[in-house]
Design a protein around this ligand. Structure first.
Ligand code: KIV
Ligand code: ZN
Length: 386
C-alpha cells in the first residue's frame, strides 16, 4: 500500500536564517502562497520570539494561508511558546514546534544541564504548548549525535506529554545514511508509544548527505520530511524539497508519495532564489540551469533520438519548458543540425559538413554558440548567400 509522506517546508524559517536571505512579512507571504499552491503540508513560517518582524510574518501567514498547516518555532521556553501561540492565533491549522538539545555536546557545553533537567524541560515545553494547540512537534536538537538510548527515552517522554510529531534533526549534518536510518529504526523498535506520533527527519547538508539521509529515514519509518526549496538553510543548507519529492516520484517501489504538484517546482525555485538572493548552482539536481541541458556530442545525439536516453525526469514534470541542446566545442553534427532546424535552416549533408567546420573553430573560441552565431556562420556560406 502506498503511504503518504508529509512535506514540512522550512524555507521561511531555517532557510531564512541564512545571512542575506532575510524576508519581510509580505515577501514571506508571497512565497508561502506559492508553497501552498505547491501542495506543501506544513509551512514553518518563522520563529516569532526572535523579532517583531518574524512575529508579524507568522501572524500574517496564519491569517492568509488556509490549506497548509502553519508552524511556529520556539525553544523549550515558556515565553517563546506563548509568543508562538499568539502569532498562530488566526491559523486554520496551527502547529508549535518546540524542543531542546539532546546530544552530550549540547547538553554539556551549550545548555550546561543534566540529562534529567533536559527531559524535564522537554516535557514541560510540550505539555505547555499543548495547552494552546492540538498539534505539537518536539525536536531533539542534534539528535544525529545523540546516543540512541537517551534519544529514545526523551522521545518517549515527549510523546507522553502530547507531542504529535517527533523531529529527529541531524543538526550538524554528521550522520551517514545507514546510521541515520538505523537511528529511526531504533526509535521505531524501542519507543513503546512511537505509533502515537509521526517521526520527522530534519537533515543538514554539511557532508552533502542531507537528501540521502532523509530517504534513509523514510525507508526506516519516518513519515515527515523537513526540507527547503533549493536546499537553502544554515551553513551548507537543509534537505532539498525538490530532490526528495522527485526521488519518491521516480522510485514508486518505495511505496511513498507526497501531495506536491511537481510542475510548480521550477517556478518556485526561481522565485525563492530571486527573493532570497541565493542563486541556484547550475548543476543543482532537478532545478539547476543545466539539469536539462545537454552539451556533449554523444549525449546530444542520444537525446535528439529519444529524450529518455539521458533524462530520467521529463522537464515538463518539474515546470521546465523543454530540454535544451547547448552548442559547445564538444557538440556534434546531430546537435548542430537540430539547432539549425529550430531556427528554420535546413542543410544538405555536404552543406552541414562545411558549416560544421566553421562551427567548431568558433566554438573553440567561445564557451557556447548562440543562434546569432549560427546566423553569422551561415552568412559566410556561399550556398546560403545565393
Ligand atoms: O537543525 C535543527 O536542529 C533545527 C531545529 C531548530 C529543528 O533547525
Ligand atoms: Zn535545522
Amino acid at each position: 500500500m502506498v503511504e503518504q509522506v508529509q512535506i514540512f517546508d522550512t524555507t521561511l524559517r531555517d532557510g531564512e536564517q541564512v545571512p542575506g536571505c532575510g524576508l519581510s512579512p509580505q515577501r514571506k507571504l508571497e512565497i508561502a502562497k506559492r508553497l501552498e499552491a505547491l501542495g506543501v503540508d506544513i509551512i514553518e513560517a518563522g520563529f516569532p520570539i526572535s523579532s517583531p518582524g518574524d512575529f508579524e510574518a507568522v501572524r500574517l501567514l496564519s491569517s492568509e494561508i488556509k490549506n497548509s498547516t502553519i508552524c511556529a518555532l520556539s525553544r523549550a521556553v515558556k515565553a517563546d511558546i506563548e509568543c508562538a501561540a499568539r502569532a498562530l492565533e488566526g491559523a486554520a491549522k496551527a502547529r508549535i514546534h518546540t524542543g531542546i538539545g539532546t546530544s552530550d555536546q549540547h547538553v554539556q557545553t551549550k545548555l550546561r544541564m543534566s540529562r534529567e533537567e533536559v527531559v524535564r524541560r522537554a516535557v514541560e515545553a510540550v505539555s505547555y504548548a499543548r495547552t494552546f494547540v492540538d498539534d505539537v512537534e518536539f525536536y531533539a536538537e542534534d539528535a544525529g549525535r545523540t546516543p540512541n538510548d537517551f534519544l529514545a527515552h526523551i522521545v518517549e517522554k515527549a510523546i507522553e506529554a502530547g507531542a504529535t510529531v517527533v523531529n529527529i534533526p541531524d543538526t550538524t549534518g554528521f550522520c551517514l545514511p545507514e546510521e541515520y536510518g538505523a537511528k529511526i529504526k531504533y526509535l521505531k523498535d524501542h519507543v513503546p508509544n512511537i505509533e502515537k506520533a509521526i517521526i520527522s527527519s530534519h537533515c543538514h547538508n554539511d557532508l552533502g548527505l542531507a537528501t540521502a539521509n532523509s530517504i534513509a529515514s523514510l525507508r526506516n519509518g519516518a513519515r515527515q520530511i523537513e526540507c527547503t526549496i533549493n536546499g537553502i538553510g544554515e551553513r551548507a543548507g537543509n534537505t532539498s524539497l525538490e530532490e526528495v519529492v522527485m526521488i519518491l516520484k521516480k522510485h514508486p517501489e518505495l511505496n511513498l508519495e507526497t501531495r506536491i504538484n511537481t510542475q510548480e517546482l521550477f517556478p518556485i525555485s526561481r522565485l525563492v532564489a530571486e527573493r532570497m538572493n541565493m542563486p541556484v548552482q547550475s548543476n543543482k539536481a532537478v532545478v539547476g540551469a543545466n539539469a536539462f541541458s545537454h552539451s556533449s556530442g554523444i549525449h546530444q545525439d542520444g537525446v535528439i533520438k529519444n529524450r529518455e536516453n539521458y533524462e530520467i525526469i521529463d522537464p515538463y514534470e518539474v515546470g521546465v519548458n523543454k530540454s535544451s541542446i547547448i552548442l559547445t566545442a564538444r557538440s556534434g553534427r546531430a546537435a548542430l543540425n537540430f539547432r539549425l532546424g529550430e531556427i528554420g535552416i535546413k542543410l544538405s549533408k555536404e552543406e552541414l559538413e562545411s558549416v560544421y567546420g566553421k562551427f567548431v573553430v568558433l566554438a573553440d573560441q567561445k564557451h557556447t554558440i548562440e543562434d546569432e552565431d549560427l546566423r553569422q556562420i551561415m552568412v559566410s556560406e556561399p550556398h546560403f548567400q545565393k
